[in-house]
Write a protein that binds this ligand. Structure first.
Ligand SMILES: Cc1cc2nc3c(=O)[nH]c(=O)nc-3n(C[C@H](O)[C@H](O)[C@H](O)COP(=O)(O)O)c2cc1C
Length: 347
């Protein structure tokens, strides 16, 4: 079974960080469906955490059910990252992850995220400082990165062994370069090369383009990786982990939950967001996500529109009820390609 240093995971399936989306409520929904070995917070600014900024504290919110939990930090300054890691240690982190894959300008302009792939020495120094800060607590450190900054210049396969040397216990590899952002298909070959580079030392978690349960064994087989992390695929199917885990352990993936159950999951998710954050937050999230959440329903444009235009949470719940009673159906909407989903998530 997959172990991150001393932390043994119940499954080898992990929920990815997706900034603005994988909050406590969403992680809880995925965990309740089953099959999640580890979930991760979205990327957190150590400065924000240390200053006590309300946004950072909201993003870092966790609870006893939300375990084991990785807290992901981004930045480029070893001392600040070490302080951030100690904060995470004191606020419930099971694992601390260092972001080495974010392509967003706001992060890379300050040398953090995937910009670290352009300066591997700095990346190693940073990881060593975080490992040292957490060593007395026994909390393991992982990193999540892309294959490299540009095509034809792989970095992960040489950086990962160096990170293992300074005490990083696992690496997650999103099989794309920074320049690719979310275009094209994930490179299993690129991930496989990292697996070979650290073979027998630390596990590799493969990431990218997992949409269906079958994609999980395909990733494991093609790359030799020990774990699989799922991001966007979970946004429209929080039960993907449980179905994929059944497939891995029994050879059969059960069908996804029926329509009624899916609506009840949405309702629970909505209520949890109101409870954890606020009605305003819950409304914003559900409006922007209803298209993906109802992606696999039969045509139901009026339902999606009712949710998108709902003035308050009660109206969203009423749309749920009407849908369950057989209303708000029909109409067609064009399919949305995955690259477009990534772009809309990023905007
Ligand atoms: C809108 C958006 C936000 C993301 N935020 C983060 C983040 O905070 N930290 C991180 O390591 N990766 C982040 N990612 C990358 C995902 O974790 C994942 O590596 C990527 O989406 C590929 O996996 P998938 O095809 O399963 O989604 C983000 C991706 C998207 C689309």
């Amino acid at each position: 079974m997959l172990a991150l240093g001393p932390v043994r995971l119940a499954t080898n399936l992990l929920l990815a960080p997706i900034a603005g989306y994988c909050d406590l409520a969403f992680r809880t929904i995925c965990r309740e469906q089953g099959g999640v070995g580890l979930a991760c917070t979205d990327l957190l600014s150590p400065q924000g955490l240390l200053r006590g900024s309300a946004t950072s504290l909201d993003l870092a919110k966790t609870n006893d059910f939300d375990k084991p939990i990785g807290m992901q930090l981004y930045g480029a300054d070893p001392a600040i990252m070490a302080d951030g890691a100690r904060w995470a240690r004191d606020h419930g982190a099971t694992v601390v992850d260092i972001n080495m894959g974010c392509p967003v300008d706001k992060v890379t302009k300050k040398d953090g995220g995937s910009k670290l792939l352009c300066d591997p020495d700095r990346a190693v120094r940073l990881a060593a400082a975080v490992v040292e800060a957490l060593a007395p607590s026994g909390i393991p450190v992982t990193t999540k990165m892309r294959l490299g900054w540009s095509e034809g210049q792989p970095v992960a396969e040489t950086l990962a062994p160096r990170l293992a040397e300074v005490g990083v216990v696992a690496v997650t590899i999103h099989g794309r370069t920074t320049e690719q952002r979310f275009s094209g298909v994930v490179s299993h070959e690129g991930i496989r090369r990292v697996v070979q580079a650290v073979a027998g030392r630390i596990p590799v978690i493969g990431n990218g383009d997992i949409r269906e349960p079958d994609d999980v064994p395909a990733m494991l087989r093609a790359t030799g990786c020990q774990g699989v992390m799922i991001g966007r695929g979970a946004l429209s199917a929080p039960w993907l982990f449980s179905r994929a885990w059944s497939l891995l352990t029994t050879g059969v993936a059960p069908p996804p939950p029926g329509e009624t159950e899916q609506i009840e999951i949405m309702r629970r998710y909505l209520r949890m967001m109101v409870h954890n954050q606020s009605e305003r937050y819950a409304l914003h999230q559900i409006r922007s996500r209803i298209s993906w959440m109802a992606k696999r329903f039969p045509p139901c444009k009026p339902f999606k529109e009712a949710v998108r235009l709902a003035p308050d949470v009660a109206s969203v719940e009423s749309a749920f009820d009407q849908f369950l009673a057989g209303g708000l159906r029909g109409g067609t909407e064009p399919g949305v390609p995955n690259a477009v989903i990534a772009q809309s998530l990023l905007s």
